[in-house]
Ligand binder design. Structure first.
Ligand SMILES: [Fe+2]
Length: 375
């Protein structure tokens, strides 16, 4: 309803009734007039009234049918209709409301009654419109706030990932790349957007538990002592304990906890098997291993893409979920530039002594944290 007088469409085949209504309501409203149902529908194609006063008994299309048509049309279903008719039987009154009218006035009507009812409905229409406007404003505010929160959330997750990676320049960007590969696999497997987002976030944070691993171990070239290796193996549990504090709408902590589990039970820390492992963690495991093999490490240079693909192919169905491996392989074939075939960055300057950085053979069992250790 605009600031100008509200527009009322009077639909009646009797000119006397039309004049009567115009006289009763004049001064407060603008009017449109239609002398039958068909003309009323034509009128609506050109102007949208705030309220329709609708007779029932008219030639060709009766008032009930006009009202039903309006209510079925998304353009006009919000236009309020009041029947004004000589049909006073209860069954007609019921039919009038069933067809979508908000009120039903019987003829002969009293001027004061018509005026009061029209005013009441106009007030309700105004309130409804004000509420709708308010809702639109609130929806906008919610949308903006949600976008702000989403931005903060992404920045926080990115910051947490960076915090863990900044202690270990060799794996800088590792979590981002794993998140990308894991998302690609999930997309290829036809996962819904919400689950893909869970996998992406888990990928970004999967090694956050390394925050508790001494930098000297993370960056040291050469073999590890058994005790050092055992320390590295605690990172899924450490990550779980950090992430379980955050009320994510997804089981991020559990996925991170399981990212080194293998389907034959040879993984860690729980030695879970097959269906005991979340599908998100199975995806992360493949993405993690692929990224790790094709990246530089303090204890070995990057291995070839072929090595990475052969590694997951040879352990398909033993260490890695068959469907996940197949999905990764087909994603790589379909869109190599979007997946692992994007080379990881060159390694930073090595700090170890010459001779200490001889290549260590990679084993998929332990993902990117595997290094042979010395007892
Ligand atoms: Fe890890």
């Amino acid at each position: 309803m605009s600031d100008v007088y509200p527009l009322i469409l009077i639909v009646d085949d009797n000119p006397i009734n039309i004049d009567l209504l115009l006289n009763i309501l004049k001064g407060e409203y603008r009017f449109g007039v239609a002398k039958n149902g068909a003309k009323a529908l034509q009128y609506l194609e050109t102007k949208k009234p705030d309220l329709i006063l609708l007779d029932v008994m008219m030639p060709e299309i009766d008032g009930f049918e006009v009202c039903s048509k309006l209510k079925a049309d998304p353009r006009f279903k919000d236009v309020e209709v009041i029947f004004i008719t000589a049909l006073s039987d209860a069954k007609y009154i019921a039919q009038g409301f069933e067809s979508g009218a908000v009120d039903y006035i019987t003829k002969p009507f009293k001027a004061a009654e018509v005026k009061a009812r029209v005013q009441t409905h106009m007030s309700l229409i105004k309130m409804k419109e004000a509420l709708n406007r308010q809702n639109i404003i609130l929806e906008d505010q919610i949308k903006n706030k949600t976008a702000q929160l989403q931005e903060m959330f992404n920045a926080t997750v990115g910051g947490m990932a960076l915090m863990a990676e900044s202690r270990d320049p060799y794996t800088a960007g590792h979590q981002h790349r794993v998140a990308q590969y894991a998302s690609d696999i999930a997309k290829n497997m036809g996962f819904p957007a919400d689950q893909i987002e869970a996998i992406r976030i888990s990928g970004l944070l999967h090694d956050i538990g390394k925050i508790r691993t001494p930098v000297s171990i993370l960056n040291r070239p050469g073999k590890l002592l058994k005790a050092e290796w055992e320390l590295i193996k605690t990172h899924p549990s450490v990550g779980y304990n950090i992430l379980k504090q955050i009320p994510f709408p997804w089981p991020i902590a559990e996925i991170v906890y399981q990212h080194h589990e293998r389907i034959d039970g040879s993984g860690y820390p729980q030695g879970l098997k097959n269906e005991e492992i979340l599908i998100e963690a199975k995806i992360l495991a493949v993405a993690d291993v692929i990224e790790a093999i094709s990246s530089h490490r303090p204890y070995r240079p990057a291995l070839s893409i072929e090595s990475a693909l052969n590694e997951i192919k040879s352990h398909r169905g033993s260490l890695f979920d068959e469907t996940v491996v197949d999905s990764f392989l087909s994603a790589s074939e379909n869109n190599p530039r979007e997946t692992v075939l994007n080379a990881s960055p060159a390694p930073p300057e090595r700090t170890g002594k010459k001779g200490e950085t001889e290549v260590e053979m990679f084993s998929a069992t332990d993902g990117d944290h595997n290094r042979r250790f010395e007892n």
